[in-house]
Write a protein that binds this ligand. Structure first.
Ligand SMILES: [Zn+2]
Length: 330
């Protein structure tokens, strides 16, 4: 009987394990193909691949976060409305002729040299954006100006430049690894309290998960990202904000202090210590001890024009599970 049960469980689990492996390999393959695409465009335009990767990844993340845009299907995530591609005054919004598209000032471009500017071709799509940026220049400052004129939003430009910095530093696209925000071996506890009412400072809801731990327990970056904010806030006390490559903002509050030399604009990786658990906040700078020490951990998503909080609890559970599994392997 026990035997039978074991076989049943095994056969239930097996397809899942196999499936995960296939997905991991497919994903690696996608990263490889994308990198080749970026480097191909870099070779022709002199635009560094990590800017192209950053724009592409920004657009892909925005499309995933918004319901009014179609999901990215090809290798490239950049989205153009048909009329942007063809040109606003072009009578044929599905135009693929590079000459008439250029005449009507459309974004469309024939990147792969097949004589057509095809809105569903990855090379054409990426080259089109590169061509747009080339009209400004290939150096950092001119790329920033080009991005600003395209998106008309400081935050978007900041997020894209941040991603480019991260890609440049690590030299790869596969930056999906995560870590639990405090060492798994430390004494800590957390519950799902997202959305609970909070009293201090007026009516607010709890936008995060509280991880209770002792003073000074290391607080670690939960993914690859760039430090976007560091400082004091009367609610959060000493806090750090890290933006990852999926447009997600990771918020760490009530810290006892920051890691030495941590600064805004610095690139961090999963597991890197950024501060310590504390009880700072609920008053002017330096206020501490008004509640038990804990890390308040929040996650926020940006969709290109607004940002909202979502529940980090399921992610925390998943990262803890993944980290335990990888520790076991070692
Ligand atoms: Zn909290």
């Amino acid at each position: 009987m026990r035997y039978l049960l074991a076989i049943m469980i095994f056969s239930l689990l097996l397809p899942v394990c196999l499936d995960n492996n296939v997905h991991a390999e497919e994903q690696e393959d996608v990263y490889g193909k994308r990198m080749m695409l970026y480097q191909k465009v870099e070779a022709v335009t002199n635009l560094p691949w990590y800017y192209l990767a950053a724009i592409d990844q920004y657009e892909r993340s925005v499309r995933l976060a918004r319901k009014d845009l179609p999901k990215a299907e090809g290798l490239s995530g950049i989205y153009y409305k048909p009329e942007e591609w063809a040109g606003l005054l072009n009578p044929n919004i599905h135009d693929t002729n590079p000459v008439s598209i250029q005449f009507f000032n459309g974004m469309g471009f024939d990147g792969n040299g097949d004589g057509k500017a095809n809105i569903t071709d990855d090379e054409d799509v990426l080259h089109a954006f590169a061509q747009y940026l080339l009209s400004y220049g290939t150096d950092h400052d001119n790329i920033k100006i080009g991005l600003w004129n395209y998106y008309k939003r400081d935050k978007t430009v900041g997020i894209i430049i941040g991603k480019a910095t991260i890609y440049k530093q690590f030299g790869k696209l596969d930056l999906d690894q995560h870590a639990f925000p405090v060492p798994l071996r430390s004494n800590h506890s957390y519950k799902n309290t997202w959305g609970d009412a909070r009293g201090w400072g007026g009516r607010r809801i709890h936008e995060g998960t509280d991880i209770f731990a002792n003073y000074g327990v290391p607080v670690r970056a939960t993914g690859y990202g760039i430090v976007e904010m560091k400082g004091w806030n009367r609610y959060g006390g000493w806090r750090v904000g890290v933006r990852d490559i999926n447009n997600t903002y990771h918020y760490f509050a009530h810290l006892s202090g920051f890691a030495k030399d941590l600064k805004v604009g610095q690139v961090v990786e999963p597991g890197q210590i950024i501060g310590g658990v504390g009880s700072s906040g609920y008053g002017p700078p330096g206020t501490s001890g008004k509640f038990p020490p804990h890390l308040h951990y929040g996650m926020y998503k940006d969709n290109g024009y607004t940002e909202w909080s979502f529940d980090p609890y399921p992610h925390l559970r998943m990262w803890a599970r993944q980290e335990r599994a990888s520790l076991k392997k070692k």
